[in-house]
Design a protein around this ligand. Sequence first.
Ligand code: F6P
Length: 343
Amino acid sequence: MSQKHIGILTAGGDCQGLNAALRGITLSALKEGWKVTGIHDGFLGLAEMAHSELTFADVYDIAGTGGTILGTGRGGGKAQNTEDAVAACVESFKALELDALICLGGDGTQRFASYLHAAGVPVVTLPKTIDNDIAHTDVTFGYDTAVHVSVMALDRLRTTADSHHRLMILEVMGRDAGWLAAGAALAGSADICLIPEIPYSLEAIVEYTRKNIKNRRSALLVVAEGAISQENHRLGLTPKKHAEAIKLVDSIPELTGMQSRLTTLGYVSRGGAPTAADRIFATQCGTKAIELVKEGRFGVMVADQGRQLVAVPLEEVAGNPRLIPVDHPLIETMRATNICLGI
Ligand code: F6P
């Protein structure tokens, strides 16, 4: 068994499961007799040499906690451009005398990690994000919890929808992908679900509301923050945060006569304790990362493919976000249960 020194960092937005993954990585590295250094605040911290040793005591009870004990950030520090940021990170990697760097992050992190690998840093990455939009993995940690929190919100909104005979709108995060909205709508028994992958028509929503909802006098609509109307899509416009949700809450009462109210869930879905499923998956990703370091397999991301953990080359992952295919089982199930997709 050769002694190794591993660096770990969390980059991009926080999400649930990061601490469970840090715990998995650290405990399994310590079991090998290796040393573990936690880099603070993402690549920014690496560039600026902000770090501390991770011990058993630091991680043994953190699987159930939200956020990241290492802190996180977007970007590469004081550097003016990517090239300088990469150079600063490579320099720190050498100065810290690390043998490998494990990066936990979303699409942006995968991309920056691939640059580090190309610059000679032995890198392994893990897939985290509530958006579930990382290429070549069926799932990312953080997603299950974010769906769970969104469903809890829908369950609570339903009581007001029923009591006041309203159409309650819930806007959820997800960036350019509709995974979170689709998962929440299906599990939360929503009536309407609008996702970026399927530009919606207001007329179709109005028609569906008249036919299916008006008599019942209560409904739930989930809209992804990246959803876009067919009109704006045709004009090539990029969705503006909250704009579509505001348009819906203004237009629906006018066009259907039904009262409507908007709730923006935002960061609530990204914070707090992870579900058991996210804790387990994140821990497994962490221990798999150490296995890959042991085997000397670098420039790869740990991915879940058909419930098997595999290593996929970073260059295939980076800059290639995974949207929901319109014939995905999640979408097919929504169609089969007559959830309106806005078309
Ligand atoms: O990628 C996760 C996510 O929460 C997206 O759903 C959201 O659009 C974005 O991050 C918000 O990023 P920030 O916290 O940097 O504004």
